[in-house]
Design a protein around this ligand. Sequence first.
Ligand SMILES: [Zn+2]
Length: 287
Amino acid sequence: MVERMNRRSLLKTLGLGCVGFGIAPELLAKTLELPSVDEKKIIDEGLKDYLEKIHNFNEPHPDDVIINSSTYSTFESTVLRLRRLQRLVGHGNFNILNFPDGLALARNYSKVGAFTKSELDFLELVFYEDGQRYGFMGQKPLKEITDQVKKKDVIKIPRSGNYLYKERSIEIYGNIKKELGDKVILTSGIRSVMKQFLLFLNKTYESKGNLSLASRSLAPPGYSFHGNGDFDVGQVGYGKLNFTGTFTETEVYKRLSELGYLKLRYPEDNTLGVRYEPWHIKISIDV
Ligand SMILES: [Zn+2]
């Protein structure tokens, strides 16, 4: 197994010189007691900048944390290996593939190949880094890279390729299906640490190594409540648009909203550093 790295070494390894997450509203709130005119202006500008950054979540921002050139090739080879691993086990199985099992499979199948020492160090560093370094202000329900999804606790949802927790999620999903019938689909259920690594690092890769930009759309590994019961729903036939703001124009969204199912994890203008996600149903309690 890989050893846990010292957190501060991420900064060294990734070459992250300056802290860059703008001014978060939580921090601002502390300074809100009787601000002078100048302070008020600074606060307003910080908040405006923050909201602009979140509204333009897919655009780089000057404060973003980016993987530096000396780490880039390790990052790239890690992403490509994770993709090969997903191809090996299949999309559905990969959703609940645990980290240690994934490493073992990679070692045993030459199509994937064992993760190198530097790739494992990189994954550890990313996992144990404080998400606030990137601007992600949410909680971290999974504390260890080795946290497991246990097969006995989950159910595969037919035709979705996704799994849900028996205890936490299946009842509410069942109720949603009862109310909305075949129009609604589960677009993403449980995601293991390994799956969240792939999603987060894929997004980072598309964004030329911009970890902050990725974290505005996807929780860093460990921070996703998909590891803990939350799930995403969409409208059948709406495809990738289910993960955009226009999902709110669908009948499924409107019905879910009327029926009171939309307890959102990431509401509009949230202070967690995450874009508005009207499709993400909050199931699990905060940690
Ligand atoms: Zn989600």
